[in-house]
Design a protein around this ligand. Structure first.
Ligand SMILES: [Zn+2]
Length: 491
């Protein structure tokens, strides 16, 4: 059995075969850094993280590129409104993106190219397209791609050809446009005063201006994958379904017209939408929930991963209070099991433990090879926990359980910290600055009580020092009207 993936190009599940056996070039459209990425963006990034981890666990060497869109209509608008240079404006959102991504345990890509650092390859790409006669300079000074010069246009999004002909007489200069607007799209936008004011304009042989959004991904992908593997066709290109048209359609047109290849990427994968539904969640956040909203709400990142992977990436996911509560409970149970296994899992084992371990590997492999079936992989993990707990209860746990768990945990990574710390500390206990081995929880509870005393005595520097010390050992203090509680946040 080998990995099979649903290819949007052709709309069918196909066996995955990279251009070069053993290695995979993987390009994922990253965030536009004009704002905090919302949980819907992170659903896509989590699906890509699962794919990346599964490719690596399957033995592939993965070269993963995720771009950061730091120049486009939205970033320029944001910088203009704030009266800041583009570079200054996007910095905080780039930092925030990485912070949120790490919190959600999304693995580092091999490289995070910023569009503004790849202007030269973008200019070369436009020059190449002009030379081939598939691009032209409009009377507004911008350069456009002529879609009627590229017969394969519409192949990915399966646009109606009639619709295309109707639209092809016109053109569009906005970075984002609707499906009805299948028409010549902008490659290079002539500089406007707003662009100049925020430092978003560059000299080019075909006129001063700045790249269109679609051009950026083609240029960065071709440049980086060329440098790394010496090829001009990607193995996998992924993103959210909202990118199929126009973004990915336009990327294909530019790239294939430039390279002369049949494909820009051989496999196109798209993650479905996430919708925020019902209850407190939507009331509180409207339709925009960011990863930092969840973190501030004390949600464990393992629970967010679990919630996302419990729905197949090609199905739309309703993000509800109930769903999140169930995922929090699930992640907490997995976290407890993880701790138990680390503590008690070193027994001699035996054929039963070996069989349970082998079943986990087989089931997770089968699930993820089947178009990255997260829900089935997660179900296999819970089955394993139930069986393994039974063996541990009977004193028949063993190293095989530990090894199998670590393998699956390294792919799904959905276990939570042990959550709320409720252990009582015996009267008269005294602790030092470092937690004694095996008594971390009692230590944290004791110190958080000392912090409450310090605050009452208005000794805020001491209270802050205690908070930092707890944090350094993976505990977080959460103050609310009801009082203060200490929560274990590290795995
Ligand atoms: Zn892109």
């Amino acid at each position: 059995m080998t990995l099979r993936l649903f290819n949007t190009l052709g709309r069918r599940v196909e066996p995955f075969e990279p251009v070069t056996p053993g290695r995979v070039s993987f390009y994922t459209c990253g965030p536009t850094v004009y704002n905090y990425a919302h949980i819907g963006n992170f659903r896509t990034f989590l699906f890509e993280d699962l794919l990346r981890r599964w490719l690596e666990a399957s033995g592939f060497e993965v070269f993963h590129v995720m771009n950061l869109t730091d120049v486009d209509d939205k970033t320029i608008k944001g910088a203009t409104a704030r009266g800041e240079p583009l570079r200054t404006y996007v910095r905080a959102f780039i930092d925030a993106f990485h912070e949120d991504r790490r919190w959600l345990r999304i693995k580092d890509a091999s490289v995070y190219p910023r569009a503004t650092e790849f202007i030269a390859p973008m200019i070369s790409l436009v020059e190449g397209l002009l030379a081939k006669g598939v691009a032209y300079r409009g009377e507004d000074g911008s350069v456009y791609f002529a879609i009627d010069r590229f017969p394969a246009y519409g192949r990915l999004s399966q646009l109606d050809r009639r619709e295309l002909k109707a639209g092809a007489s016109d053109r569009v200069s906005a970075d984002e446009y609707a499906k009805e607007d299948a028409r010549d799209f902008v490659l290079w936008k002539a500089a406007r005063p707003d662009d100049e004011a925020v430092g978003a304009a560059w000299d080019a042989p075909f006129g001063r201006g700045r790249p269109g959004w679609h051009l950026e991904c083609s240029a960065m992908a071709l440049d980086l994958v060329g440098q790394r593997f010496g090829v001009d066709v990607l193995d996998i290109h992924a993103g959210g379904v909202d990118l199929i048209f126009p973004h990915h359609e336009d990327e294909i047109a530019q790239s294939c017209a430039f390279t002369g290849r049949e494909h820009f990427a051989r496999y196109w994968l798209h993650g479905e939408f996430l919708q925020i539904r019902g209850g407190k969640m939507s009331k509180r956040f409207g339709n925009v929930t960011t990863a930092r909203d969840l973190r501030e709400d004390g949600v464990d990142p393992g629970a967010v991963r679990l919630l996302v992977f419990q729905t197949h990436y090609r199905q739309s996911l309703d993000f509800t209070d109930e769903g999140l509560a169930a995922a929090r409970e699930g992640a907490r149970r997995l976290g407890e099991f993880k701790e138990r296994l680390a503590r008690d899992g070193n027994g001699a084992g035996g054929p039963e433990a070996d069989a349970v371990a082998a079943r986990l590997r087989a089931e997770v492999t089968e699930a993820l090879d089947d178009d990255l079936n997260g829900p089935r992989a997660v179900a296999a993990l819970f089955d394993f926990v139930r069986e393994a707990n039974r063996l541990l209860d009977a004193g028949r746990g063993g190293k095989a359980l530990q090894v199998a768990w670590n393998w699956a945990d390294g792919i799904l990574d959905v276990a939570g910290g042990s959550g709320r710390v409720s252990a009582e500390v015996a009267d008269g206990a005294e602790f030092g600055e470092e937690p004694p081995a095996g008594q971390e929880v009692a230590w944290a509870v004791w110190w958080s009580a000392r912090r409450v005393e310090a605050k009452k005595a208005r000794d805020f520097p001491l209270a802050d020092r205690i908070r930092d010390r707890l944090k350094a050992h993976g505990f977080e203090i959460r103050d609310s009207k009801a009082g203060s509680e200490v929560v274990r946040v590290a795995g």
